[in-house]
Design a protein around this ligand. Structure first.
Ligand code: C2E
Ligand code: CA
Ligand code: CA
Length: 510
């Protein structure tokens, strides 16, 4: 029941009780008037009380009716609004958020998995249809497709996931029936939709995945059904494909992510989150930008799932430029702080990297000394003369360079003495084993001493507990980063770190 309906019910009960009490007292007064006959209490006083009571009852009755009617109307409006939020007004299919909730219920919990089939339907060439025949036809097509889906899958929950992408959740439906119904849907669509005395044939690509056979998590199920749908598309569209593990073979999967990632960059589906890096006293030194991919269907995708794929093509350059531009735009949110950005070794293999940095600084009017470029240890240790030249060029422009994930590669201490870097970030695996691993403690302490001699800052990554913090500080680290202080988050969520406490923020130097 919504709040308005609950107020109405309580109000109604309150008014009725008051009317009942007043009614009772009017009857008692009338009895008194008749029995007493004006002997003790004057009759005019009793008559007045009686009239006042009756009038009060009438007024209350009127107020009750009007207020209840208003609340009824408001409550119906609220229900209508809620209905609109869960239903796509054009097609009557569920909206994406509501559909995903339904999918969550459909697959059950990890310990109590349920049988469910997720069918994804994507109308082929919808954009061309819209462009050639106009939006009214586009709308008619969407309505037609949803009607057909609801008729053919009467027990399914139908949702609209994007412009021309739909989903159907089926519970306890065997695969043969699902395949037969999908074929029927394709046939129905081929039959076409009427438009200005013409019949326009439609086609759709369909992909399906089963829970718990293929996946138990809703997001994973969505991804796999999407992979199957992509398979339908690349096999010539207008068909249905059931997910199969072979579809995740490296090459195909990569191509799939690459295609989507390229679109995501242009459609602004990427986000740059930030994680503070703090000094020993807990004051903020800077932030590290960490990219996030918020996919419209698959939710938040972590960078480890797509950076390696972007790195296998020049897509990493596009992504790197997007990140740097975003960081430049976000500089005002972090007054007095440096922003670290992660740079892939692949980007450093091309001169385009330096020209991109110059171009973006020029276009955004930002200064290089507000940035740290984080480069993984292995990139630096395997660097060619050209890569080192580019690193030197970036440093001469004013960028600082930090050696990321130190300890995961094979960087000898000797080598460390000459590396062209300003800071070293010790990998979280070392920081998290400081409490039980003597070797980790010795390594971090030795590193801290070299860092001190070379005037490098030394950052402990992955500080998750007070104990990690204490041990990392004791080992000689001077900056710290990890869930103990803050998780990576959108810049708005970190605003409190930068408010009111500006005096404690360290100067840009060091
Ligand atoms: P990284 O540069 O080592 O980033 C630190 C990772 O550790 C982040 O994971 C962060 O969320 C995580 N982390 C931070 N504090 C803690 C902690 O206390 N405990 C644990 N267990 N983890 C913590 P994330 O964001 O998933 O990034 C993974 C990697 O993806 C990054 O590792 C970086 O190599 C790469 N990456 C992220 N953003 C970019 C980018 O914009 N460009 C490039 N080329 N690579 C990026
Ligand atoms: Ca990093
Ligand atoms: Ca790292």
């Amino acid at each position: 029941m919504n709040t308005l309906a609950s107020i109405r019910d309580h109000g109604r009960r309150g008014y009725l009780s008051l009317q009942f009490l007043l009614g009772g007292s009017a009857v008692a007064l009338a009895g008194l008037l008749v029995a007493d006959g004006g002997n003790v209490v004057p009759s005019w006083a009793l008559a007045f009380c009686l009239a006042a009571n009756v009038l009060a009852i009438l007024i209350l009755g009127y107020v009750r009716r009007t207020i209840i009617a208003e609340l009824d109307r408001a409550s119906a409006d609220a229900e209508e609004r809620q209905h609109r939020a869960i239903t796509d007004t054009l097609t009557g299919a569920m909206m994406r958020g509501h559909f995903l909730d339904e999918l969550k219920r459909g697959v059950g919990r990890p310990l109590e998995p349920r049988q469910a089939t997720l069918v994804l339907v994507d109308i082929d060439h919808f954009k061309q249809l819209n462009d050639s025949f106009g939006h009214p036809l586009g709308d008619a097509v969407l309505v037609h497709v949803v009607k057909a889906m609801k008729r053919i899958f009467p027990d399914g929950a139908v949702g609209r996931l994007g412009g021309d992408e739909f989903g159907i959740i089926l519970r306890d439906c065997d695969i043969q029936t699902t395949l037969a119904r999908a074929d029927l849907l394709l046939d129905t669509l081929r039959g076409g939709v009427r438009h200005e005395n013409h019949t326009i044939a439609l086609s759709a690509s369909i992909g399906a995945a089963l829970a718990p056979l293929h996946a138990t998590q809703p997001k994973e199920l969505m991804l796999l059904a999407d992979v199957a749908l992509y398979e339908s598309k690349s096999a010539g569209r207008g068909r249905m494909t059931l997910f199969d593990k072979g579809m995740l073979s490296d090459k195909r999967h990569r191509r799939f992510i690459e295609r989507e990632l390229r679109a995501a960059i242009y459609m602004n589906e990427l986000e740059l989150h930030y994680q503070p890096v703090v000094n020993s006293d807990g004051s903020v030194f800077g932030v590290e930008g960490l990219v996030r991919w918020r996919h419209s269907v698959r939710g938040l995708i972590p960078p480890d799932d797509f950076i390696p794929i972007a790195e296998s093509s020049v897509l990493i350059d596009t992504l790197g430029e997007w990140v740097f531009r975003r960081a430049c735009a976000d500089l005002p949110a972090f007054p007095g702080c440096r922003i670290s950005i992660n740079v892939s070794g692949e980007q450093l293999k091309r001169d385009e990297f330096i020209s991109m940095l110059t171009r973006v600084l020029d276009e955004t009017g930002s200064s290089a000394d507000r940035f740290v470029l984080e480069i993984t240890e292995t990139v630096v240790t395997t660097a060619t003369a050209d890569v080192l030249r580019r690193l030197a060029a970036a440093r001469s422009m004013g960028f600082r360079v930090a050696l990321d994930d130190f300890g995961t590669g094979f960087c000898g201490f000797n080598y460390l003495k000459t590396l062209p870097v300003d800071a070293i970030k010790i990998d979280k695996s070392y920081i998290q084993s400081l409490s039980e691993d003597e070797v980790a403690r010795v390594l971090v302490s030795a590193l801290a001493q070299i860092a001190q001699i070379r005037d490098l800052s030394i950052v402990a990554e992955g500080v998750e507990t007070e104990l990690d913090f204490t041990l990392a500080r004791a080992a000689g680290c001077n900056r710290f980063q990890g869930y103990h202080f803050a998780r990576p988050a959108p810049k708005e969520a970190l605003a409190h770190f930068f408010e009111g406490d500006r005096d404690r923020l360290p100067a840009l130097a060091s």
